[in-house]
Design a protein around this ligand. Structure first.
Ligand code: SF4
Length: 347
């Protein structure tokens, strides 16, 4: 049976059915609709004002590749300028190839690119070194906890370095729904309360941060990359199989099979969530070490680095965090250029 006509232009043959609406569109009309929806998200949410210098968190993966491409298409209408900022976490056998994809994108799209490395920012710590430190006798399951916090901080540092006024990341609706599920499963009321909305306005001196693809499904991000023939890196990080996020992803797939709207329903649930007064975290203060926003004596990044420098990395995770704040200075202090607000792990 021949493909139906595109429901938008009524001339070309449809190349896909939109996963959510079922609308049959040709590739060109789908890409135009996708870009229009991202534009609407940015304009309606007042995420990026005219004149903004936008640091795009670029990992070489599909989400940040699509985000950079769409924002480059929209930049003249929005009146913004873009700067790619990539983070080198120091993950052997993975990050070098991903960074090569980012460099190709920057060259092809004629966008400036800055790479910041964990090793330079965090006193020599790379993710491979963190993994060895946290593994004990087996494989480390804590890598993504450390990496999520440090990556957020590194991206902020990189954005400041290039004079950005705003930070954008490529998280899509599926990523956000997984995060909501993870926070529920962990009973983490503080992150649930902070996780709604399309971004953060930049509390405590941090740069405003937003996620223009937050309402776009992962399937449509992949379809957009396909029809625009985007070159991206698709291998999984070597530490990803150990991450708790994988369980949330599996659970989300089951939920979506039973209820196709489950992903967006979860995203919108987080936006509307209101915590009872007794469950609300105390208002944040300033990290005693770097001055960033912190709900304890040390912000998350300083606490994690402190635990690593003491040779007791798990102190900074979960309940052990309390002990870390109460202990003295680390045995081997290492230089750190941390200056920004307390991060919330994205991974
Ligand atoms: Fe970092 Fe985990 Fe992502 Fe790997 S999978 S880059 S360790 S957050």
């Amino acid at each position: 049976m021949p493909a139906p006509q595109c429901a938008s232009c009524h001339t070309a043959r449809a190349a896909l059915r939109r996963p959510r609406s079922g609308q049959a569109l040709c590739g060109a009309c789908f890409c135009a609709a996708f870009e229009a929806e991202v534009l609407h998200t940015v304009v309606a949410g007042r995420l990026l004002p005219p004149g903004a210098v936008v640091a795009v968190g670029a990992s070489g993966g599909k989400d940040s590749t699509v985000l950079a491409h769409v924002l480059r298409e929209l930049a003249p209408r929005l009146g913004i300028s873009l700067h790619l900022v990539a983070v080198d976490e120091g993950i052997g056998g993975y990050r070098d190839a991903a960074l090569a994809a980012v460099r190709r994108q920057a060259a092809r799209w004629d966008l400036p690119l800055t790479v910041v490395a964990y090793a330079d920012l965090f006193g020599g710590w790379t993710m491979d070194a963190v993994a060895r430190s946290t593994a004990g006798s087996g494989r480390s399951r804590a890598c993504c906890t450390f990496c999520g916090v440090l990556r957020r901080r590194a991206l902020e540092e990189g954005a400041r370095l290039v004079g950005a006024t705003h930070v954008v990341t490529g998280h899509n609706a599926d990523d956000m729904a997984e995060t909501v599920l993870m926070n529920f499963l962990r009973g983490d009321a503080g992150r649930l309360a902070r996780g709604g909305g399309l971004g953060s306005p930049g509390e405590g001196g941090a740069l405003p941060r937003c996620r223009p693809l937050q309402l776009a499904s992962q399937k449509e991000v992949v379809l957009y990359a396909h029809f625009r023939r985007l070159d991206y890196f698709s291998e999984e990080c070597v530490y990803a199989p150990e991450a708790f996020r994988g369980h949330a992803r599996d659970l989300l797939k089951m939920l979506e099979a039973a209820r196709p709207s489950a992903v967006l329903d979860l995203v919108h649930s987080a936006e509307r969530l209101a915590l009872a007064p007794a469950a609300r975290p105390p208002p944040p203060g300033a990290c005693s070490r770097c001055g960033a926003l912190a709900s304890r004596a040390l912000c998350q990044a300083c606490a994690l680095l402190d635990g690593l420098n003491r040779g007791r990395p798990r102190l900074a995770i979960g309940k052990g965090r309390r002990g870390l704040d109460e202990e003295g200075p680390p045995r081997e202090p290492q230089p750190s250029r941390l200056t920004t607000s307390e991060p919330v792990p994205d991974f």
